[in-house]
Design a protein around this ligand. Structure first.
Ligand code: FMN
Length: 361
């Protein structure tokens, strides 16, 4: 057992209080395997797999990324592969399903697949413990608990945290504005959000947005959280499924080199390059109108900006590639294996707690 064994470790059976964030459009299969084998919570990301359902409306070319399988089949195979490759370590893992209204049909399909996979295989049932919903209304999803899953929901505010708790979420991930990819328009960062959410709900809270090392894990615990969820930091690991270009871009960026603009499904934080600058220029011309929910640009233009950005990513064009990432990319400067990273984070956080203890009278 680790020196830092919080309620989320007990309830999920993980060794370390660290979640890997879901990160579409990749399946994050390799990353989930590595994280789960290292004793933290690995998470398969489903949303990219939905792209084959409506190719003309999707920002990524799902066939180019994942081949011909339909989405539910893709997820079934992912679950089976992750279960198989984490069997020896008895690793625990989960599936992330974004539940925004735009892709609710796909969300239902993915949740059904998670339930089916568990019902059909006792090994999967034992170790696929978690469903992480995000980016939408939590209320319809509580019934997954009846199927034995621990239900985690991601929120950007106290209001949404209370709603998730009322709906029955077992664990809440409070995700601050510094995080990569989808963020809220309201720039409430983790330092304010996490303790505010902790104070307003009774269920365990996991802190996301800006967490990348032992100091920030220790800080999250001091803020009242039971653990951290990391996205950006996990991208820059040897095993992660992301393009090398993306990993290098995170390592190269300083903390000021991210931008938020409007993505297809709401505000997003991008790694700064020409593509991100153009997205911000095209979508943030008239900021107040966003707060009223009126996009300045049409969805068609945003779709084109994202789609061509993903093509340029796959073509290896760094300045025109679409890449999401959080502010903590400014604090990421190497490419460790997942196991090295988790060991380092735990050692660093122990040192941080020792320093706190040493400074007590
Ligand atoms: C490239 C990328 C893609 C992401 N995609 C998803 C996703 O599909 N579903 C989701 O719930 N969160 C998604 N996130 C958010 C992460 O799960 C995580 O909460 C966030 O990255 C935490 O902030 P950090 O980047 O500062 O670590 C994504 C983040 C990144 C960087």
């Amino acid at each position: 057992m680790s020196f830092l064994y919080t309620d989320v470790c007990t309830s999920l059976g993980i060794k370390y209080p660290i979640f890997q964030g879901g990160m579409g459009p990749y399946k994050t299969e390799d990353l989930a395997i590595a994280v789960s084998n290292a004793g933290a919570l690995g998470v398969i990301s489903s949303i990219g797999m939905a792209a084959t359902l409506l190719p003309e409306a999707a920002p990524v070319d799902a066939k180019r990324m994942f081949g011909e399988d339909p989405p539910k089949e893709l997820l079934r195979k992912s679950i089976e592969r992750v279960a198989e490759e984490t069997k020896a370590s008895e690793g625990i893992f989960g599936v992330n399903v974004p539940v925004a209204s735009e892709f609710i049909l796909a969300s239902k399909m993915f949740v059904e697949q998670v339930i089916e996979s568990r019902e059909n295989d006792s090994e999967i049932e034992k170790r696929l413990r978690v469903l992480v919903t995000s980016a939408g209304n939590p209320t319809p999803w509580a019934e997954v608990k009846k199927h034995g899953l621990t239900w985690v929901h991601v929120v950007p505010s106290v209001y949404h945290a209370k709603k998730a708790e009322k709906a029955g979420a077992d664990i809440i991930v409070a995700s601050g504005h510094e995080g990569g990819a989808h963020v809220s328009w309201d720039p409430v960062h983790s330092m304010v959000l996490v303790p505010a959410v902790v104070r307003s709900v009774d269920v365990p809270v996991v802190a996301a947005g800006g967490f990348c090392d032992g100091a920030s894990l220790a800080a999250a615990i001091c803020l009242g959280a039971d653990g951290i969820q990391m996205g950006t930091r996990f991208i820059a690991t040897k095993e992660s499924d992301f393009e090398d270009l993306w990993k290098k871009a995170i390592i190269d960026r300083e903390e000021r080199q991210t931008l938020t603009g409007r993505g297809l499904f709401g505000p997003m934080r991008f790694l700064r390059n020409k593509r991100a600058e153009r997205i911000v220029e095209r979508t943030l011309k008239d900021v107040p109108s966003f707060y009223l929910g009126e996009p300045v640009q049409s969805n068609e233009e945003i779709l084109e900006l994202e789609r061509s950005g993903f093509d340029e990513l796959l073509n290896g064009n760094e300045s025109e590639a679409l890449m999401f990432g959080g502010e903590c990319s400014g604090r990421v400067d190497d490419l460790p294996s997942v196991e090295e990273l988790i060991t380092r984070i735990m050692n660093e956080s122990r040192s941080a707690f020792n320093r706190i203890c040493d400074s007590l009278e």
